[in-house]
Design a protein around this ligand. Structure first.
Ligand code: UDX
Length: 455
């Protein structure tokens, strides 16, 4: 066991453990989306015998061929290795999970339509479908992000089967999911009041081969809260710098230099202080909303009321980009051509859930602007949601004849565009850098009018 505690109180005990003699744990991972598919492949890479279960037959078929149904660097290789070693398989039938000792719940908890709260139906459906596989000695481990109190409710639900439940939140970032899973910066165990040692031994066996990292062993509620607190903090940090961008715009200050300057204070830190079009994705936006909904239910809504502001600041940044485009085009903006570079919510991902980039494209199109959008990996996902948009495969095609260029996802290919070559393609050399990621002097020197966010 190499997972190391941050204090003696949480250090893994040296005494012999139940699973010391067991190399491979039989694992099922329920839900094979961005989280579950990576977790399943990573657990197989650690030497465990893993079955991933998902109700989506197309997803299961693709994963069984060793092809991730979404873009995640390094995942195809990990899938192929697991499948070839006979350590990994995928199925649509929960019966495939019957032999597993540990069942990871990795289903989605998206925002409910018409509410800030999370849709918990997939979590409850998964636990109910697992019921025939549960018995004494088996551990169910929640990884999905859930409203605090869910683990206790689920433990009660599975109680009669004799199986135990632990909560083990996941902190992986899309685009770095493989690395984050195999080299986590911390591990959190939310353990049951009764059966904690047994649950912990199984979790220790699962993670035994990970490199050393801090381990925080705690109760269910703390483990659930750690995840939403972490995402709320990150969202707040981004909205803080975007609020400073709004102020900087009013006074002609430069928010990037401001971020550099305050970021040198180690108490603040420079990471997650990039002002721009704001945060999106399948986690941060819905997690801060679900947290507010849950806090309201618990009667502590005021404690996280500020997250409403965090959300509002974030959404204002998209409006600001749209405003800048319209200001640049002038009152007769309809029918004028705008190139939108980026659709994914961030680079190295094809995820367009709550993507600020896609939102900007959709809003401009809705206003009658002639939008031509591109992205290295997210076009198919964007087209599925918004078939009305015009998509092209490359930045060069998007730039052709554009009167304004809007960069909204900071893919390396866009950051690395040659401003002189790009200037030759467009009709008017105006660039709105929605991620403050371009080399401003170089773009200005090539004849571009450059507009950033808060600078
Ligand atoms: C996030 C958390 O980082 C991760 O720990 C958790 O498990 C899931 O949610 P992810 O959604 O993959 O991960 O993306 P992240 O890298 O956190 O970026 C979130 C959004 O914030 C992106 O839209 C990104 O563009 C934006 N962002 C990030 C900024 O606008 N500015 C920054 O400085 C950093």
């Amino acid at each position: 066991m190499t997972v190391r505690g941050i204090s003696d109180a949480v250090r893994v005990p040296a005494r012999a453990r139940l699973w010391d003699s067991v190399d491979a744990v039989r694992i099922s991972v329920i839900g094979c989306g961005y989280l579950g598919a990576v977790h399943a492949a990573a657990m197989a890479a650690l030497g465990h015998d893993v079955v991933g279960v998902d109700v989506d037959a197309a997803k299961v078929e693709s994963l069984s061929r060793g092809e991730a149904p979404f873009f995640e660097p390094g995942l195809d290789e990990l899938l192929a290795a697991g499948l070839a070693a006979g350590k990994l398989r995928f199925a649509t039938d929960f019966a495939a999970a019957a032999a597993a000792q540990v069942h990871f719940l990795a289903v989605g908890t998206p925002q409910l339509k018409g509410s800030r709260g999370a849709d918990m139906s997939f979590v409850y459906a998964a636990v109910d479908a697992l019921a025939p596989c549960l018995r004494p000695g088996v551990l169910v481990v929640g990884k999905s992000t859930v409203p605090v109190g869910t683990a206790a409710a689920l433990a009660e639900r599975i109680g009669p089967t004799g199986a135990l439940l632990a909560w083990n939140p996941e902190f992986l970032r899309e685009g770095f999911a493989v690395k984050d899973t195999l080299e986590p910066d911390r591990i959190v165990y939310g353990l049951p009041g009764v059966g904690a040692d047994q649950a912990r031994e199984l979790l220790d066996a699962v993670y035994a081969k990970l490199p050393e990292c801090p381990l925080i062993a705690t109760d269910y509620a703390t483990a659930e809260l750690v995840k939403v607190a972490a995402n709320s903090f990150l969202a707040t940090k981004i909205s803080f710098i975007n609020a400073m961008a709004e102020v900087a715009e009013a006074v002609g200050a430069d928010v990037t230099q401001l971020a550099d300057a305050i970021g040198h204070d180690p108490r603040i830190g420079r990471r997650f202080l990039n002002a721009g079009v704001g945060f999106g994705g399948g986690c941060l936006p819905k997690d801060i909303r679900a947290f507010q909904a849950r806090a309201d239910e618990l009667g502590v809504g005021r404690a996280v009321e500020f997250l409403d502001q965090v959300d509002a600041i974030n959404l204002r940044r998209r409006e600001r980009v749209v405003e800048l485009v319209l200001e640049t085009l002038g009152p007769e903006y309809q029918g004028h051509r705008v190139a939108v570079l980026g659709l994914a919510f961030k680079p190295e991902s094809d995820d367009v859930r709550d993507s600020p980039a896609l939102d900007v494209a959709v809003r401009l199109h809705g206003l009658g602007v002639d939008v031509v959008a591109t992205d290295p990996h997210a076009i198919d996902n964007a087209r599925r949601l918004h078939p009305q948009l015009a998509f092209v495969a490359t930045a060069e095609e998007a730039l052709a004849g554009a009167e304004v260029v809007v960069l909204v996802t900071e893919w390396a290919a866009y950051r690395g565009l040659d401003p002189a070559a790009a200037a030759k393609l467009v009709a008017v050399p105006v660039v709105i850098d929605g991620r403050n990621c371009l080399d401003v002097p170089a773009w200005r020197a090539a004849g571009w009018r450059y507009l950033g966010m808060g600078r």
